[in-house]
Design a protein around this ligand. Structure first.
Ligand SMILES: NC(=O)c1ccc[n+]([C@@H]2O[C@H](COP(=O)([O-])OP(=O)(O)OC[C@H]3O[C@@H](n4cnc5c(N)ncnc54)[C@H](OP(=O)(O)O)[C@@H]3O)[C@@H](O)[C@H]2O)c1
Length: 226
């Protein structure tokens, strides 16, 4: 299985790429600029280990070869990027949307979010992908700084999708990151809530100078197993 990361030159995308490459996944870094993608892929290969498979290419080419496409661009570029990659997406692919509609992406505060007509960035994505492409919302609360570091990450990932099988695939992918527990967050419409939490976490990071994450308590261990 190969995973394309659109906007994979940024901290969130390259952090996820690094963790998944270390877990043995085949990664394709996507960028608007193929040379930039290649440079990031080389740097990540050096960090992950030379035997790991990380390549880099332009966003559209990255998507055409992948089974799973992970979108990691700022919200200001969300719709435009989805329209750009649309011709390369095909029915049966999973599009994982990590986007938080932060006001910072249009020059506002990092602790505020923007209203999205569809309800969330993920629901906007679902409107823009071709028929048959399954949108899954995940990783909004997982800080790039922690992904880029070594070791386990103290954070749960809440995964929202209208497709149960696709949600399960993405939870399995999340669990490949050491320390991460993944939970079924229900339907894609719940991404509205999960995306908003990130703005609060960013506020906590600013006030307390840390990299906050989420842990959900009170659930049986089985909740984290499927
Ligand atoms: N950073 C975090 O800790 C974190 C945590 C959870 C979720 N997220 C979400 O993950 C996404 C990526 O975060 P990030 O911090 O990695 O973002 P970023 O560094 O601002 O951007 C990521 C990549 O997106 C591409 N990009 C930037 N502007 C673009 C534009 N106008 N059109 C098309 N592509 C553009 C760039 O790649 P190229 O120039 O190479 O094309 C850039 O390297 C965001 O939606 C964010 O809300 C971030």
């Amino acid at each position: 299985m190969s995973i394309a990361i659109v906007g994979g030159t940024g901290p969130e995308g390259s952090g996820l790429a690094l963790r998944w490459a270390r877990a043995g996944e085949t990664i394709i870094i996507g960028s608007r600029d193929a040379q930039r993608a290649l440079k990031t892929a080389r740097q990540l290969s050096a960090s992950a280990g030379a035997d790991k498979t990380i390549s880099g290419t332009e966003n559209r080419f990255a998507c055409s070869d992948a089974e799973i496409v992970v979108l990691t661009v700022p919200f200001a570029a969300h719709a435009e990027t989805l329209k750009h990659i649309k011709p390369s997406l095909r029915s049966g692919q999973i599009l994982v949307d990590t986007t938080v509609p932060l006001a910072a992406s249009v020059g506002g505060k990092p602790t505020r979010t923007l209203g999205v007509w569809q309800g969330s960035a993920a629901q906007q994505a679902a409107e823009l992908v071709p028929e048959g492409v399954i949108v899954v919302a995940a990783f909004h609360n997982l800080a790039a700084e922690l992904l880029q570091q070594e070791g386990a990450i103290d954070c749960d990932v809440i995964v929202c999708s209208d497709d149960k099988d696709a949600g399960k695939r993405v939870r399995e992918l999340a669990r490949k990151i050491p320390g991460v527990r993944a939970l079924d967050g229900g339907k894609l419409e719940n991404a509205r809530v999960v995306e908003q939490i990130t703005a609060v976490l960013i506020g906590l990071n600013i006030r307390y100078k840390g990299h906050s994450g989420l842990r959900i308590t009170g659930l049986p261990e089985t909740a984290y197993e499927n």
